[in-house]
Write a protein that binds this ligand. Structure first.
Ligand code: ADP
Ligand code: MG
Length: 633
């Protein structure tokens, strides 16, 4: 290189963004445990770069060093106290170095800093969770040099260097070979890592299944054979766990694991996991699981969406099949309609995997009900959604459904359990909806069912209403909302005692109508209420009713549809009100109680839009009650 060129190629100094500086500062000065994971991060980046190159080469042979072996080399220089990790992956251009090695998303940097300060997680956990992978080298090194040459034939080689702190430099470099070499100059207190034997241990521990060879000298130190291509009986529990961690960065043990490996009728090797939690950590990064799809050793999709039904989107794992066409897009689902119709092989894989998932979940329910209950708590909502949206899967999904009921206490029951316990003459499955399971438990609609010993399913969340759109009946028994006014119940119950004359009831009804106006369609005496003073019933069972309810619960339709208010003439509260109404047709207490009873009914069903509005009225009623008590003294 001439002097002239050297002056035009002064290393360019640049600053890390503020949040990167903070992260680096913590990594360099506060984290001393699990420092060895820096190597896992470097190897994983090298493997990603190799994967990307391999994928590129499926369609583009015009790359630098098209014949180079795809691999990773780890070298140690004990005397210089350096480690170099080299790969033949995509490499980085100067601009890519600036873009990718100098930035972190602001939000994740902030969360990282918070979490690290809280010191309730090990460093490997926080690093994985917040995607500061590359920066983990600053735990062990005080100077990092990255030399790289991109696969693009016309790109120049570049070098990136940093001693941590607040800045890095980039410059042109001398390098012919495609790929990246990252050299760490180890800190004095990290000299232990300048040791072949030690590094080999670390590679075996954290990077054994990386799908490219990792060499030290000319010896390959990782096993490389993908775990999912082995027979399940040859794989140990620890290995599954470590695969799960590598894939998801989730340090909780998965709730369920499924390993399937077969070559006929299709070639299919898969390991799927159900995580322990739907969301995790303070930033709750996971919303959905990801399934990596490999074919012929190439990672062809990072997040394959076509291999399981949508309702299983919490499942994480890897699927590998030699029978897949390699032209599946790496980006996955494409937006324009029809572009991503699943191929017949994909459809067969989906069918097999879905069937196995259902089988495993049913087995779990049978063998470990407690664990299944944990599954249901986290992921039940997806199963309910599936019932509403996945016609094909419905029969299987119904088996997974679990319910609280009026007679099951804390236990969860299945539809089959319910069916096995119906009373003589019962032909329908009854359910009650509330703002929560606990609210549903106190519903006035339950009075006649409790009196007859009929079990009722308790529905307490939004998704229940949605689920019902796909759950009209079960094995010939129709599902029926207990708030319908015309239900003929089997069994017998004692007739409620006491009551009001038609005349006094009419006077009371007039008072209620005056207070409630258009909000109710009609006021009538209930034939079924026993312990509760009032309830709101529905006259029609239109198919849109549950959806309307969902809209109402979401507050999208602010006025509830007018319903029929049934009053219990045998209830002491109703009897007292009737006496007051007879004495004074305009009694303000009657009006206030009428409004409050109406609000109570909405509240229990989770349909009240603004319960705070009840407070002034309740205050007035309490004043009145206190005054009566005082007057009586
Ligand atoms: P992540 O791997 O989650 O993207 P990292 O901090 O580990 O985050 O890496 C940052 C980025 O640096 C990578 O996304 C990649 O673009 C680039 N990079 C790091 N190491 C390499 C490498 N060996 N070859 C090519 N690109 C790399
Ligand atoms: Mg990484």
């Amino acid at each position: 290189m001439t002097t002239d060129q050297e002056t035009t190629h002064q290393p360019e100094a640049m600053s890390f963004r503020a949040e990167v500086q903070q992260v680096l500062n913590i990594l360099a000065h506060s984290l001393y445990t699990d420092r060895e994971i820096f190597l896992r991060e470097l190897i994983s980046n090298a493997s990603d770069a190799l994967n990307r190159l391999q994928f590129e080469m499926l369609t583009n042979q015009d790359v630098r060093d098209a014949d180079a072996e795809l691999a990773i080399w780890v070298e140690v220089d004990k005397d210089a106290r350096t480690i170099t990790v080299r790969d033949t992956g995509t490499g980085l251009t100067r601009q890519e170095m600036i873009d990718h090695l100098g930035t972190i998303a602001q939000s994740s940097a902030r969360a990282f800093v918070q979490q690290a300060k809280a010191q309730n997680a090990s460093s490997s956990e926080i690093i994985g969770q917040f995607g500061v992978g590359f920066y983990s080298v600053f735990m062990v090194a005080d100077k990092i040099t990255v030399v790289s040459r991109s696969f693009q034939p016309d790109a120049e080689a570049a070098v990136w260097e940093s001693t941590g702190g607040d800045s890095f430099t980039v410059d042109v470099a001398e390098r012919e070979a495609r790929g990246t070499s990252i050299t760490l100059h180890l800190k004095e207190d990290a000299a232990e890592f300048a040791n072949d034997w030690k590094l080999e241990q670390i590679i075996k521990r954290h990077s054994d299944f990386v799908s490219f060879p990792v060499y030290m000298g000319d010896r390959q130190v990782n096993q490389q054979k993908a775990l999912w291509r082995r027979a399940p009986r040859e794989v140990e529990a620890e290995q599954y766990k470590s695969l799960y961690q590598q894939m998801t960065m989730d340090y909780d043990e998965p709730l369920l694991k499924l390993h399937l490996s077969t070559d006929a009728p299709i070639d299919l090797h898969a390991i799927l996991f159900v995580p322990a939690k739907r969301e995790r950590g303070i930033i709750e990064r996971r919303i959905e699981g990801k399934i990596k799809l490999y074919s012929r050793k190439v990672l062809i999709q990072e997040d394959a969406k076509e291999l399981l039904p949508n309702y299983f989107r919490f499942v994480e794992g890897v699927v590998d099949s030699e029978d897949l066409p390699l032209n599946v897009s790496r980006e996955g689902v494409q937006s324009d309609v029809g572009a991503n119709i699943a191929s017949p092989v994909q459809q067969r894989i989906k069918k097999t995997l879905t069937g196995r998932m259902h089988r495993e979940l049913n087995d779990l329910a049978e063998k470990d009900p407690e664990k299944f209950a944990a599954f249901w708590k986290e992921f039940g909502v997806f199963i309910k959604e599936g019932v509403a949206t996945d016609y094909e899967g419905r029969a299987d999904l119904l088996k997974l459904l679990r319910f609280h009921s009026t007679t099951s206490g804390e236990a969860l029951i299945t539809l089959a359990d319910y069916k096995g316990r119906v009373i003589e003459g019962q032909t329908e499955i009854y359910y009650v909806m509330g703002g929560s399971v606990e609210a549903a438990r106190t519903s006035p609609h339950l009075d006649p069912f409790t009196a007859r010993g009929i079990e009722v399913l308790l529905f307490g969340d939004l998704m229940d209403g949605f689920m019902l759109s796909g759950l009209r009946e079960f094995e010939g028994m129709k599902l029926r909302n207990v708030d319908e006014s015309d239900i003929e119940l089997p069994g017998e119950a004692d007739a409620p005692e006491g009551g009001l004359s038609d005349e006094s009831f009419a006077a009371l009804a007039a008072g209620f109508t005056a207070a409630l106006g258009e909000q109710v369609k009609e006021i009538r005496a209930s034939k079924v209420l026993r312990d509760s003073p009032a309830r709101l019933v529905s006259d029609e069972d239109g198919p849109g009713r549950e959806m309307q309810r969902i809209q109402q619960m979401l507050g999208r339709e602010s006025e509830p549809l007018p319903r029929v208010l049934e009053l219990n003439p045998a209830h002491p509260l109703i009897a007292s009100l009737a006496r007051r109404a007879a004495a004074d047709a305009a009694d303000p207490i009657v009006a206030a109680v009428a409004e409050q009873l109406y609000d109570n009914a909405l509240l229990l069903e989770g349909l009240h839009q603004n319960p705070a509005l009840m407070v002034p009225r309740l205050q007035k009623l309490m004043e009145a009650a206190a005054k009566v008590a005082e007057d009586a003294e």
